[in-house]
Design a binder for this molecule. Structure first.
Ligand SMILES: NC(=O)c1ccc[n+]([C@@H]2O[C@H](COP(=O)([O-])OP(=O)(O)OC[C@H]3O[C@@H](n4cnc5c(N)ncnc54)[C@H](O)[C@@H]3O)[C@@H](O)[C@H]2O)c1
Length: 370
C-alpha cells in the first residue's frame, strides 16, 4: 500500500509521507518546501547547520544555492565517517552550539549521511533538554533509512549505538540529487538497507526489487521512495521499537557485531551497509534453520545481496570473537540475543533466540557463498 502522496507545488512534483508526526518530503524539487517550511516555523530565533567535511564541501554549496536564506547561518563540520559517532564529537558540537548562542528555540539542520543525522539528532535531543532539528540526508543510507524514525545516538568503545535516544526531527527532506557526488562504495553500502526493506515489506516492493538494476543510479529515487514509505509505515505503528519495528533489525545483529569488530582500534573496516549486507546473508540462513524460510528464498536473497554489495569472506578472528561482541547487543535478553528474522519476504519472525551452533553455521554458509 503506497502511502507517499504526490503533491504538485508550483508545478513541481514532490512526494509527501504524512504517516509520522512530522512530514517526510521526497523529490529533487523538495527545495521549494524546505525554504517555505523553515521560514514559516514559528518562533525560530536561530538556525545552525551540521555537516561532515565531505558534505560541507560537496553538499553545502548546493544547499546554499537552492536555499539562499540559509547562507548566513553558522556551520559546524565534523570529520567524516563512523569514527565520528562518539561522545567527544557530540560534546564538541554542543560546546560550539552553546558558544554560538544556541537557545531553546534554535533549530539544527543536519546535512549529511547517517553519522551526521545520528550525531546531530542526539545533540539536538540533549541541548537544553531538547532543541528542534531537521534532517536533509545526503547519502543513500541517510535517505533510505537513517534520517527517518527518530533514532539518534553514538557508539561507545566501538560498540554500535550503545548510547542514544528516540527524538524526532521536525521534518525530513530527501533530495536524491545529492547522491550525484556520493562515492560508488557508499552507494553500494546503501543498497543493503534498500534490499532489507524490500525483503521485509514483501509483496510489490520485493517484486520490484528483484527486477531492479541497483547499479543503475536512475532507479534509486523510486527505490528510495518505496523504502521510505515502508519505514514510515512500520515506525508509525511502533515508534519506540517495542514490537513490530524490531523487524528493521534484520541483518543487524550479526551486521553490527561485524561492523564493530572490523572497525576496532580505529581500523578502516567495513561500512555500515557492507556489514549489514553480510549480516543479512547469515541471518537469511538462520531464518531457514529457525523460522522455516524456504532455502530457495535464502538463495535468492543471497544472490541479490552478492550482486549489489562489496563483500569479502569473514575474518577467522570475527568468527571466534563475535559472541563477546553480541553480549553487548541492545537486543540482548537473559536467554540470549533476540534475532529479527523472516519466515518469508513480508513475514517477520521476531525475537528468536538462536543457538551458537546455528550462528557459527551461518558464518560457514556465508563464507561458502564468497
Ligand atoms: N538512526 C537510524 O535509524 C539509522 C539507520 C541506519 C543507519 N544508521 C547509521 O548511519 C550510519 C551509516 O550511514 P552513512 O552510510 O550515511 O554514513 P556516513 O554519514 O558516514 O556517510 C558515508 C560517507 O559518505 C559521505 N557523504 C555523504 N553524503 C555525500 C554526498 N552527497 N556526496 C559525497 N559524499 C557524501 C560522508 O561524508 C561519508 O564519508 C551508521 O552509523 C549507522 O549506524 C542509523
Amino acid at each position: 500500500l503506497i502511502q507517499v502522496k504526490l503533491q504538485v507545488v508550483n508545478g513541481s512534483e514532490i512526494y509527501k509521507n504524512e504517516m509520522l508526526k512530522y512530514p517526510v518530503l521526497l523529490g529533487d524539487h523538495a527545495w521549494i518546501v524546505i525554504e517555505k517550511f523553515l521560514q514559516e516555523l514559528p518562533g525560530y530565533e536561530s538556525i545552525f547547520i551540521l555537516t561532515d567535511h565531505h558534505t560541507r564541501d560537496l553538499c553545502l554549496p548546493v544547499l546554499f544555492r537552492k536555499a539562499p536564506f540559509l547562507r548566513e547561518r553558522p556551520v559546524y563540520s565534523i570529520p567524516p565517517g563512523e569514527s565520528s559517532k562518539e561522545l567527544r564529537i557530540v560534546e564538541g558540537l554542543l560546546m560550539w552550539l552553546i558558544n554560538s548562542g544556541a537557545m531553546k528555540n534554535s533549530l539544527l539542520v543536519n546535512l549529511g549521511g547517517g553519522v551526521v543525522s545520528d550525531i546531530g539528532g542526539f545533540a539536538a535531543a540533549t541541548l537544553k533538554r531538547g532543541i528542534s532539528y531537521v534532517n536533509i540526508p545526503t547519502s543513500l543510507i541517510g535517505q533510505a533509512d537513517a534520517a527517518i524514525g527518530g533514532k539518534t545516538g553514538v557508539n561507545i568503545s566501538g560498540i554500535k549505538n550503545q548510547v542514544g535516544v528516540f527524538y524526532d526531527p521536525l521534518a525530513v527532506f530527501i533530495l536524491p540529487e545529492f547522491l550525484v557526488t556520493l562515492p560508488e562504495r557508499h552507494v553500494m553500502s546503501g543498497n543493503a538497507e534498500i534490499i532489507k526493506s524490500a525483503v521485509l515489506a514483501g509483496g510489490t516492493n520485493w517484486e520490484i526489487l528483484k527486477k531492479a538494476n541497483l547499479r543503475e543510479r536512475s532507479t534509486l529515487p523510486g527505490l528510495i521512495k518505496n523504502t521510505v514509505d515502508f519505514k514510515c509505515s512500520v515506525v508509525a505503528r511502533d515508534p519506540l521499537e517495542n514490537h513490530e519495528r524490531k523487524m528493521l533489525n534484520f541483518g543487524h545483529t550479526i551486521g553490527h557485531a561485524l561492523e564493530s569488530f572490523s572497525n576496532e582500534n580505529g581500523k578502516e573496516g567495513l561500512l555500515h551497509g557492507e556489514a549489514v549486507a553480510a549480516g543479512m546473508i547469515c541471518e537469511a540462513f538462520i531464518s531457514t534453520e529457525t523460522c522455516g524460510l524456504p532455502a530457495n528464498v535464502t538463495d535468492e536473497i543471497t544472490r541479490i545481496i552478492l550482486d549489489n554489495s562489496r563483500l569479502e569472506k569473514l575474518d577467522a578472528g570475527f568468527i571466534d570473537y563475535f559472541h563477546v561482541l553480541m553480549d553487548h547487543d541492545k537486543k540482548m535478553t537473559p536467554a540470549g540475543v533476540g534475532f529479527s528474522l523472516i519466515e518469508n519476504p513480508g513475514m517477520p519472525c521476531l525475537e528468536k533466540i538462536v543457538s551458537r551452533k546455528t550462528i557459527r553455521d551461518s558464518f560457514l554458509f556465508y563464507n561458502k557463498t564468497m
